[in-house]
Design a binder for this molecule. Structure first.
Ligand code: APR
Length: 249
């Protein structure tokens, strides 16, 4: 009896796991008024199901990016690093800028965890490797691939909101530095506008050493500009969406 109970509980737990991600994915996807969400889910799933969760490279998501490509949003694209909550409050409240997480794939998978298992066709949402546990995990590889795809189509004037409360706002290990900046292309992109978010006791300003590295990394021909903006100003703008986009900094 004990063994049967354990077996049943285990089976139910696994089934439960399997069913968790898909409804969230489909639900969030439908908010973008698309009728191919089931198709996108199937392509997404192929990237990691049945695989060792430490052996899912970025390229596994190539078919997903091809099925739901990023539309270039010239002059409205907002990249960021270490400013997640602030930047998303800002972009959610007004129409000036769009981050990856405001677009279909980023929005659908933001905050979620998933992985597969060798010899299984299921999707798991618990017991998956953490961000740094192994490099080629399904979650990290997705964000790397999606970030690369978005950076590939960056065009016109591009903005990046960086954190001026840390000593290295342009951190070499961040997705922004290690993937996005490397793919910005001067044939499409005119300028990078850094918005450095500062607080009262700012430890960093636009003369920061890591920002010098950022300028060196940029494709020749992309112009660069940096503006120090207080967190209060950004909050003010988030709370007052009627203010024109150009008035926030
Ligand atoms: N552990 C867990 N999650 C992490 C980790 C980590 N060590 N590092 C990054 N992440 C995930 C988290 O979801 C985190 O909120 O990436 C997010 C952003 O991490 P940051 O270091 O703040 O920024 P960065 O690595 O530069 O990535 C942001 O990538 O999402 C794209 O286009 C987006 O420009 C943006 C950039």
């Amino acid at each position: 009896v004990i063994i049967i109970t354990l077996a049943v509980t285990l089976t139910l737990t696994l089934r439960h796991n399997t069913d968790q991600l898909k409804p969230i994915f489909i639900d969030r996807c439908k908010k973008f008024s698309r009728n191919d969400c089931e198709k996108i889910w199937d392509v997404f799933k192929q990237a990691y199901v049945g695989k060792d969760p430490c052996e899912v490279p970025m390229e596994a998501y190539d078919p997903l990016i091809a099925a739901a490509p990023f539309k270039p949003q010239c002059n409205r694209m907002m990249f960021w690093s270490k400013t997640k909550n602030l930047v998303h409050k800002f972009t959610a409240n007004r129409d000036c800028f769009l981050t990856l997480e405001d677009m279909l794939l980023g929005s659908v998978l933001d905050g979620l965890t998933w992985c597969g298992k060798e010899g299984s066709s299921e999707t798991f949402t618990t017991g998956c490797p953490g961000w740094s546990e192994c490099e080629n995990n399904p979650v990290r590889s997705f964000w790397n691939r999606a970030s690369a795809a978005l950076a590939d189509v960056a065009c016109g004037d591009v903005t990046a909101m960086l954190n001026g409360s840390i000593t290295t706002p342009f951190s070499p290990t961040s997705v922004f530095a290690s993937i996005e900046v490397k793919r910005f292309n001067a044939t499409k992109m005119k300028r990078l506008n850094v918005v450095l978010v500062t607080q009262k006791n700012a430890v960093t300003n636009c003369t920061n050493a890591s920002l010098k590295d950022l300028q060196k990394e940029l494709d020749k021909g992309i112009k660069y500009n940096c503006t120090e903006v207080t967190e209060f100003q950004i909050e003010e703008c988030s709370d007052h969406p009627e203010k024109p986009c150009g008035s926030c900094w």
